[in-house]
Write a protein that binds this ligand. Structure first.
Ligand SMILES: Cc1cc2nc3c(=O)[nH]c(=O)nc-3n(C[C@H](O)[C@H](O)[C@H](O)COP(=O)(O)OP(=O)(O)OC[C@H]3O[C@@H](n4cnc5c(N)ncnc54)[C@H](O)[C@@H]3O)c2cc1C
Length: 412
């Protein structure tokens, strides 16, 4: 039997930061990781560039959290964007702040983040056992028993940092829910978040992987009409990119099998202004065909999709367009239907919505309210945010707070 003061299950962003903080006064700390290395998900984050946090204010951070934002006040106050940036800079990872205050390693290599976390943990004396997936967790009196396929361990403090269910190939397969449930915790139903929206429309070859910029995605949430402004990317059978990911997260858990959303391709123009613009364009060259006119208004990659949506003949001469038809064309540009038939599965979801109910967790410490000395960190909990570095920040902030809470108790 191996005995440690603290065991952390999972070597993702949250588990690594939790181990660093739990061990800061020298308490024996072990990280058990089922993969053969740490931070598989960090490696693919931000398209491999590692958008580690967002250099924003506490209020703005909270505003970007979709589920249970207020649960994160203490964790962020204890270890927010400033502390995150200082940590990585001190570890020799210079950072840069890009568009939307997104923070990346200057190298644009996400694995620099993992290396820094692992090095710091090892400097603090943290032990790592890789290829050791935890199968079973139990509590006997005030000691946790942790069993992997190979060994049995005992510890006084246990941190569950197993992540959610998204991108299960990275090791996040929802094991933490089983451990938490076994110890009496309630698990909120889980859904893919920040996943693309599957659509029934055929996406023409030239539109695949093309991003429409500065458009508005209009959708309904309950009876409310809502919209997101930004970029959307067309793929084979689905759309993603910031606004589609955001909408998929906002609507997570709702029936998405048959919904019509709309794209406003010209959100900065009113219907009247756009109609006038079309009339002016037609007046400039009466010999134009509809396709020629549209090329001046929308990217050519989107022409066919747009024409199919409204059964338009791109070769039609536009000199015969009536006033009503010009207005109808303007209206079409502001309301292109997208027939949503579902959300991409966990295999393509950036985040898991749902998880360990935060009502069971003390937000000032990350300790379970039901089981003393049991802590949670990261995506395994029912907290999730929009894109922009906020989810990694949640992992790092909650990991740091769980670790600090243990360190204060174990300080000699
Ligand atoms: C493609 C992609 C891109 C992303 N990009 C960004 C981004 O740019 N910015 C951002 O803020 N967020 C991003 N995210 C989200 C962010 O990466 C995660 O929210 C965050 O890393 C979660 O960290 P975590 O430690 O809670 O969980 P995870 O990173 O999932 O780590 C959990 C760890 O626990 C291990 N584990 C699980 N079960 C067991 C077990 N039984 N025994 C032992 N080990 C176990 C897993 O193998 C894994 O290593 C991205 C996510 C994806 C999928």
């Amino acid at each position: 039997m191996y005995i440690f003061e603290t065991i952390v299950i999972g070597a993702g962003a949250s588990g690594l930061m939790a181990a660093i903080h739990a061990s800061k006064y020298g308490a024996s700390t072990l990280v058990l990781e089922k993969n053969n290395k740490a931070g598989k998900k960090i490696f693919i984050s931000g398209k491999g560039k590692g958008n580690v946090c967002n250099a924003t204010t506490p209020n703005d951070f909270i505003a970007h959290v979709l589920r249970n934002p207020h649960f994160l006040h203490s964790a962020y106050a204890n270890f927010g964007a400033n502390e995150t940036m200082a940590f990585f800079e001190e570890q020799g990872v210079p950072l840069v702040i890009e568009r939307g205050k997104r923070v990346f390693p200057e190298s644009m290599k996400a694995y620099d983040l993992t290396d820094a976390l692992v090095h710091k943990a090892k400097d603090n004396g943290v032990s790592f056992h890789f290829d050791e997936g935890v199968r079973f967790v139990d509590r006997e009196e005030d000691i946790f028993m942790v069993k992997t396929g190979y060994r049995a361990y005992a510890c006084r403090n246990l941190i569950i940092a197993t992540g959610g269910q998204s991108y299960p190939s990275t090791g996040s397969t929802g094991d933490g829910y089983r451990f938490a449930r076994g110890l009496g915790h309630f698990i909120k139903s889980t859904y893919p978040g920040l996943a693309g929206l599957r659509i029934s429309e055929q996406v023409p070859q030239e539109l695949r992987d093309f991003t429409l910029k500065n458009v508005e995605l209009i959708y309904e949430e309950g009876k409310k009409k809502k919209s997101e402004f930004g970029d959307i990317t067309f793929r084979d059978g689905f759309v993603d990119g910031p606004i589609a990911l955001t909408v998929s997260s906002i609507l997570a858990g709702q029936d998405m099998s048959d919904r019509t959303m709309y794209l406003d391709l010209k959100p900065a123009l009113t219907l009247d202004t756009l109609t006038e613009r079309i009339s002016r364009d037609i007046a400039k060259d009466m010999r134009m065909r509809l396709g020629d006119l549209l090329v001046g208004l929308i990217p050519s990659e989107f022409l066919l999709f747009f024409a199919n949506a409204f059964s338009l003949d791109l070769y039609r001469k536009i000199d015969a367009y009536t006033k009503e038809e010009r207005r109808a064309l303007a209206s079409a540009l502001k309301r292109v239907p997208l027939h949503v038939i579902g959300v991409n599965p966990f295999e393509r979801a950036i985040i898991t919505v749902g998880g360990v109910d935060v009502k069971n967790i003390n937000s000032s410490t990350m300790e379970s309210k039901l089981v003393p000395n049991l802590y949670f960190a990261g995506e395994v909990m029912d907290v999730d945010a929009l894109t922009g570095g906020f989810n990694m920040q949640i992992a790092l902030s909650t990991g740091a707070l769980a670790g600090d809470s243990i360190a204060e108790k174990t300080k000699i």
